[in-house]
Write a protein that binds this ligand. Structure first.
Ligand SMILES: [Zn+2]
Ligand SMILES: [Zn+2]
Length: 314
């Protein structure tokens, strides 16, 4: 895997002798790619990895999946202009997935947003959108009046998802939602992106769910959350509400061993581990994250890092 800057450098280095500049530009930007914007599970903000967010780019159209704290800054760091965002998908209403939803759109507006953003998410997203503009009414109306900016409110078109099925079809991409349990949350959706270069499935936060393997069957890339039980045990020792926290974590997430079972049953080409739980243990190595996955899945495994890019086709 080569990140965008290195890909550009390589392209410049090797192709300068042979290729016209137009070819260089095509080499530098694959038509379809995933950027892991924030890979740490949970709402706590730290100095390490950013909170959950992912990006799918198809023909330079950005699709943002989840809006944990830091998503705007991570888009900037990935070289994606925030006002170019066209679609936002929220998997569920835990704050590590929606806390920067409204602010992402605000930040797009602050940077010159002029085209609509369509957002999709479980029941409550439409209300959250209305409430966001109410919360920021003073600032927004002041800037419209004082700075001559366009009204951002009609540019954000939110839609609650209430059932499984296709939620978006563009000329390039079909997006399908699939409900998966994340106790105590039931309004929680995995998303499948069918692109011209392959199929990508994002698991959302989820308890071990064999039905998710059916939904992801044959996908090129499965981006799955994961929980590492030995670290949860260490976390419990350090935390006052440890026992309750452990119960919640084990019931609502998928252990690395079970992630392997899902990837194997779905027969995916590439399994990407992201949304690491616990997310604040810097001494957990990539080997730790993958060891138990490998017991059940023999395919390619990627341990996601912030701003890592995965180019499709894989
Ligand atoms: Zn989460
Ligand atoms: Zn969650």
């Amino acid at each position: 895997m080569i990140d965008r800057r290195n890909a550009l450098k390589l392209a410049l280095g090797s192709a300068a002798m042979f290729a016209a500049p137009r070819v260089l530009a095509l080499d530098a930007k694959p038509r379809t790619r995933i950027v892991f914007l924030g890979t740490k599970g949970g709402p706590r903000v730290g100095t390490g990895a950013s909170n959950p967010a992912n990006l799918v780019m198809v023909n330079e159209v950005p699709f943002v999946i989840d809006c944990g704290m830091g998503v705007s800054r991570q888009l900037v760091n990935a070289g994606v202009p925030i006002p170019s965002v066209k679609y936002i998908f929220i998997s569920h209403h835990h704050s590590d997935h929606n806390l920067e939803y409204g602010n992402l759109v605000y930040n797009a507006w602050a940077a010159g947003l002029s085209t609509p953003i369509h957002s999709f998410g479980p029941k409550g997203l439409e209300a959250m959108t209305r409430t966001y503009w109410e919360l920021n009414k003073f600032d927004v109306e002041t800037r419209i009046e004082d700075e001559g900016r366009p009204d951002p409110r009609p540019l954000l078109i939110a839609k609650d998802i209430t059932e499984d099925g296709v939620v978006l079809q563009t000329s390039d991409v079909k997006v399908t939602a699939f409900r998966t349990p994340h106790p105590p949350i039931t309004d929680n959706f995995a998303y499948k992106f069918e692109t011209p270069d392959g199929t990508i499935v994002f698991s959302s936060d989820t308890a071990y769910n064999p039905k998710l393997a059916e939904f992801a069957n044959g996908a090129d890339v499965l981006v799955h959350e994961c929980l590492y039980p030995p670290a949860v045990d260490q976390l419990v020792l350090k935390t006052r509400n440890g026992a309750t926290l452990k119960k919640h974590l084990l019931e609502s997430h998928t252990t690395t061993e079970d992630v392997g079972r899902i990837a194997h049953a779905a027969n995916v080409k590439v399994l990407v581990l992201s949304h690491f739980v616990p997310g604040d243990f810097p001494d957990i190595t990539d080997d730790d994250w993958t060891r138990d996955v490998r017991k059940n899945f023999a395919g390619r495994i990627v341990v996601a890092k912030d701003l890592m890019e995965l180019k499709l086709p894989v």
